[in-house]
Design a protein around this ligand. Structure first.
Ligand SMILES: NC(=O)c1ccc[n+]([C@@H]2O[C@H](COP(=O)([O-])OP(=O)(O)OC[C@H]3O[C@@H](n4cnc5c(N)ncnc54)[C@H](OP(=O)(O)O)[C@@H]3O)[C@@H](O)[C@H]2O)c1
Length: 280
């Protein structure tokens, strides 16, 4: 085995103690990638605050952390209704002493054309994906500044890097996260706080099932693209590795990630093909 110097990412990756005893707050923890991250952090000895809007789903995830479940705390709240979030964060900090990682995974997708999406639905998707995420982040940030350490992650999407059919509000809400979290990084380097954006392609989760249609109801089916994606466990491994390596952007997926490079370096090709890619 290669010997890495103690300060290097390689050393930290080999060193299982990287997350031991550290406090990680994970939203979207009742399902999919967030759920897999709860297991990944708990296995590595972290103390986990698990959040979503589904108390029984969170309890199920906690109970699945056999042997580690006493280190998992369920804190349910609705990302669309964040008026009490400062108090919620303060009570967790009082209990656990600190927050080392904030992983914002909670989010909702969309399956509706622009011309059929009412404005209230655009607002709802933004409320959950953007405003809910930044409200929690703003509540946690002062504690990280006080600690002079921390790592905050937001979850975008490949369609947070370009427009995509049936995802107008979803894509826009995810693009907004890049602006916010890059600014957070630049403003807080001096406070020893890191910020990263997770950019998944296709991961086999319930995201397409819960995606909202033009009436604001669930799309209700696992899209073909989603079904062919990587597993949430694999996605969690990639994200954990990205955190240890302190990557600013963590790409998660397989061949579909090529679209990011096509959009960036061959935009004419992107605009020729993107509407032909099977999107449901
Ligand atoms: N899977 C993919 O291919 C893919 C691709 C690109 C980006 N992403 C992003 O990855 C993140 C995780 O998604 P996933 O794929 O793991 O999907 P998922 O299995 O549907 O998980 C979504 C999570 O978000 C939570 N959530 C949704 N609305 C909420 C609300 N109003 N308040 C609180 N929590 C809420 C859900 O909790 P409840 O049980 O409370 O609803 C659930 O825990 C999302 O931000 C998604 O946009 C996923």
């Amino acid at each position: 085995m290669r010997n890495f110097p103690a300060w290097s990412p390689g050393y930290r990756m080999k060193n299982n103690d990287f997350f031991k005893g550290r406090v990680a707050w994970i939203t979207g923890a009742s399902s999919g990638i967030g759920e897999a991250l709860v297991y990944g952090f708990a296995e590595r000895g972290a103390i986990v605050v698990a959040s979503s809007n589904d108390p029984s789903g969170l309890e199920r995830v906690k109970n699945n952390c056999s042997g580690n479940s006493e280190r998992v705390f369920c804190v349910p709240f609705d990302l669309a209704e964040m008026s009490g979030i400062n108090k919620t964060v303060e009570s967790q900090v009082e209990k656990l002493g600190r927050i080392d990682f904030l992983l914002n995974l909670g989010g909702i997708s969309q399956r509706a054309r622009i011309d059929e999406t009412p404005l209230w639905l655009d607002r709802k998707i933004f409320e959950i994906n953007y405003f809910g995420t930044i409200a929690l982040t703003k509540a946690v940030l002062p504690h990280m500044i006080r600690q002079q350490s921390g790592h905050v992650l937001a979850t975008s999407s490949i369609s947070g890097r370009f427009g995509f059919p049936l995802r107008s509000a979803y894509s826009a809400s995810k693009q907004a996260l890049h602006g916010f979290f890059e600014t957070l990084y630049l403003e807080n380097k001096k406070n020893n706080i890191r910020s990263s954006v997770i950019i998944p392609g296709r991961v086999r989760t319930a995201i397409s099932i819960h995606a909202l249609n033009a009436e604001g109801k669930e799309h209700g089916r696992l899209d073909d693209g989603q079904a062919g994606g990587i597993t949430p466990e694999k996605a969690a491994e990639i994200i954990i590795r990205g955190i240890i390596k302190d990557k600013r952007e963590i790409l998660v997926g397989k061949g579909e990630l090529m679209l990011l490079h096509i959009r960036r370096y061959l935009p004419w090709l992107f605009f020729r093909i993107a509407d032909k890619i099977k999107s449901t």
